[in-house]
Unconditional design. Structure first.
Length: 375
């Protein structure tokens, strides 16, 4: 079964708002990309910035349907299908409808609901969670009264986390839902929909925690840490003295973290474009191998990896700016500090809570040690 994920952006400001260091839309695109069942993703939006973000993350983009709204599901499907056929020729049999405001929805949930739709042979699937609490109504005087009669069978709430529809059924009825409809239960937490600020704070904390657990799991296989210098080991500022000498600000806790990595046996190397002697001086103090004045960081990274008898998927690269992207895009784990360039933040696997030069390196050091059971 070929599946196209169609992401409908009805509120561009919400979709662009950062959650755990990344735009909310990026979380949905990551969910779709990680799902084994999804072959293509199309983002339907009228916002150029969000369209560029979607394209950078590997999605196709389509304009809003005539009338400029992303709430007309049938119209959104039509423009998405047209874009898909125009650019790729990918023939989908199922459309998966997503919106950006469910950051705790997962690739596992997406794959599970597609599998369920396939197994039961239905036309449309809605994600739901059970209604378990009593129902109350207000009477004419404003007083609370229990709903009467109470439901005698289990009821479910359509939580909107995802909808899947067979394209043939949609084309036949020009509506969603279409044909035979089945329900797919997901936990209410996984269907948390971001609307109010207090929801945002809760979701931010949960996403940060889940992302940290995921990164710790991935760090278990990392056998080399490569660092940019400026903006990672420093706060990206430079102090210029009147005689032309330059200085930078570094963080002692970063140094302690790197000392602990060395003691634990993890090789660490610095690869920097900066030619100033301050780079070598700092690395010399920390006993770190340093390659500086490097224009082609990827070539140097590949050489170092080969010298250690490793592969790129065993390397974590920590960078903050666009010249780091070639390395970040091939490393087994791509990491950026909280204040990295926006294009970098969109594409890395993990964004530290700390900014560059003020604890970001220590954060990834501590995570690696914890992943090895040494934290």
């Amino acid at each position: 079964m070929s599946v196209v994920a169609i992401v409908m952006v009805a509120d561009p400001a919400l979709a662009a708002r950062p959650l755990a260091g990344r735009p909310l839309l990026a979380h949905t695109l990551e969910q779709a990309a990680a799902a084994r069942s999804v072959g293509r993703t199309v983002v339907v939006t009228g916002d150029e910035t969000l369209a560029r973000l979607a394209q950078a993350l590997g999605a196709l983009t389509a304009p809003l349907p005539a009338g400029g709204t992303a709430t007309d599901v049938a119209a959104v499907l039509r423009v998405a299908f047209a874009r898909l056929e125009q650019d790729t020729g990918f023939v989908a049999s199922v459309a998966l409808l997503l919106t950006p405001d469910f950051p705790l929805r997962s690739a596992t949930i997406i794959d599970g609901l597609i599998d369920h739709l396939t197994c039961v042979g239905a036309d449309t699937l809605l994600t739901v969670h059970p209604l378990t609490d009593p129902l109350w109504l207000r009477d004419e005087g404003g007083l609370a009264q229990p709903a009467d009669p109470l439901p005698t069978r289990q009821c479910y709430i359509d939580n909107g986390a995802a909808t899947a529809v067979r394209i043939a059924a949609f084309e036949r009825e020009q509506a969603v839902p279409a044909g035979r409809v089945v329900l797919f239960e997901v936990a209410a937490l996984a269907a948390l929909r971001l609307r109010a600020d207090h929801d945002w704070r809760v979701a931010d904390a949960l996403v940060q925690r889940l992302r940290t657990l995921d990164i710790r799991a991935r760090l278990r296989s990392i056998r080399l840490l490569a660092l940019d210098f400026d903006g990672v080991m420093t706060d990206n500022r430079v102090l210029v003295l009147e005689d032309g000498r330059e200085g930078v600000l570094c963080n002692r806790s970063d140094g302690l973290g790197l000392d602990r990595l060395r003691a634990a046996g993890l090789p660490v190397v610095v690869i920097s474009k900066e030619r100033n002697p301050v780079v070598a001086a700092r690395c010399r103090k920390l006993s770190l191998p340093c390659e500086q004045g490097i224009e082609d960081k990827l070539a140097v990274l590949q050489r170092i990896v080969a010298e250690h008898g490793l592969t790129l998927d065993q390397v974590a690269f920590f960078g903050n700016d666009i010249n780091d992207l070639p390395c970040l895009n091939v490393a087994g784990l791509a990491v950026a500090p909280a204040d990295a360039h926006a294009d970098v933040i969109r594409q890395v696997d993990y964004v530290t809570a700390a900014a560059g030069g003020v604890g970001a390196v220590r954060e990834i050091c501590d995570l690696w040690l914890a992943a090895q059971g040494e934290g």
